[in-house]
Design a protein. Sequence first.
Length: 626
Amino acid sequence: MDPKRKQKQMKFSMGYMLIALLVVWLFNDLIFRPLFISETEVTYSDFLRDLEAGKVEHVSIGGDRILFNLRNESTGKTGLRNAVRVDDPQIVERLLKAKVPFEAQSQAKGLVEALLGWVLPFLPLLVIWYFFYKRMSEGGAGVMSIGKSKAQEIHGELTGIKFSNVGGVGEAEVELREIIDYLKEPSRFNRLGAKLPKGVLLVGPPGTGKTLLAKATAGEAGVPFFFLTGSSFVEMFVGVGAARVRDLFEQAKRKAPCIIFIDEIDAIGQARSSVAAVGGNSERENTLNQLLAEMDGFAPNTGVVIMAATNRPEILDQALLRPGRFDRQVQVVLPSESGRLEILRIHTREMPLDQDVSLERLAKVTPGFSGADLANIANEASLLAVRRKGESVTMADFDLAIERVVAGLQRKTPLSGEVRRKVAYHEAGHALAAHYLPHTDPVHKVSIIPTAKGALGYTMQMPEEDRYLIGEEELRSRMAVMLGGRAAELLVFGEATTGAANDLERVTEVARRMVTEFGMSSRLGPVRYAAPAGMYLQGMAGGRSDLSPETIACIDEEIRQLVKESQERSLDILRKHETALHEVSRILQEEEIISGERIRWIAEECDRNGVSVPGGKNGNDVGGTA
Ligand code: ADP
Ligand code: MG
Ligand code: ZN
């Protein structure tokens, strides 16, 4: 709910409250008074005077009032007078003396009076509560509607998204065509006795367009789309998730043919056993069980197709993947070069592009980018064009946009002094290691402008082609490049800095996977030592409990060995090309940014001329080597 609406609602209920108060006041003053206190009010002294004068006929003493009437006279509607009672101990004596019949009024009020006395104070509360209740059940959110499915709010929307909005998912699209045909004309399938899968699971990395594809499937078929995320099932109140599932299916059946889409289904569909190990989340289990029951419960070909998406299929409960449930999996992979071109075309459709923009080249230099990344780049580029008040989006905008997406926004304050020097050597180390080592991606750009993501500098490498398999040699080279920055620090300053922490993390991760997942350690052999995916939930260090302490020690040893070798390798390379290191670092300190081409050129120059490149003042800085 947007704040504006909330404010409006606040004003609304304030209004009701005022009305309620007004009503109470009216009751009190206009209705109660005349009804119950219709006597003429006099002072106590008046009463005493009348009493002594012998005018009083009859007295009735109440809790705080004295009611009396005068002989041969009728005032007011009832002829009664009343006086507020004063704490007068002689009142009885006085009455006896005046020989006036008197009585005490019982404290209990009349039934109606008593009831109203009780109910009335609560009336405003009741009124307020009633309006809040009404508001909430209308809004569909809030305490009163917990059990109701959130899908209700969208009422099975027609998405209007077509496959022309989705690029680079050729195979997935083909698989989904069948579902679309079915949703368009269920009778054709039913006549031939063909049973369609009830559930389709879209599997792929984040940002590859799974959600978009599901919407496009509904859009192409022109059927209602019930959208839900897995986490929205698992609410804070127990029992709600299961109720949600039930409610959702009920609604969907009424709207068939339609699509139910459960995004990020791993939130509910996690393997039950592994979840139980962390202490059990019975709420999630109940929800999952209800989902399974519902999927089994409705006959095939009712026209409801359930789609779900996940980027972690391996942690899903096997029961979800059984026939009759999500038995069809559609892989949505990272886009290939032609796919990226398609996606870029889609997202630049409405942009005025400059002549020099080559989407082909952009597609070429963005391997590993997801559809969401590319959409982001296109958007960033147009924002940059707007900022510099350009007429159209240029290639330079795109280049900068890629950098932003990869490295984060540039910070404006430049580094200075010792930090600047150290960062320059660090990045130069990465860049030259990448340049000299085999099987590495070419350097695209090196910068020592701090990024918003917290890096002090960065070396950007651009793969030349899409990578499906990576060889062991290549992994080793990559590790050496990752350690190139640290190696340069050791070589030039004699000590490493904290700046290499992130490099170490990445390099250790690669080494760990080489040993435990890819079987690339000769001592441990081609065996998987890593825990089965999803088992990390068990919270045990190392993940697997069935490994002997010796094996675990050996894994650690092998990882350490791999990292150490990589470190040696980059130290070697940089030692051999120290002139280039000083030169690149010097230029970086001066200009903050160097292109990959310039680095290649500098490296070749230095190699050809030996040590003769003017090292500038940095030439003297060669400290002890590690
Ligand atoms: P996922 O669900 O796989 O994480 P999304 O479908 O949410 O990814 O994608 C996020 C956004 O990225 C989409 O709204 C769209 O703008 C863009 N996008 C992702 N993949 C594609 C694609 N294949 N074609 C066009 N746009 C895409
Ligand atoms: Mg998604
Ligand atoms: Zn680094």
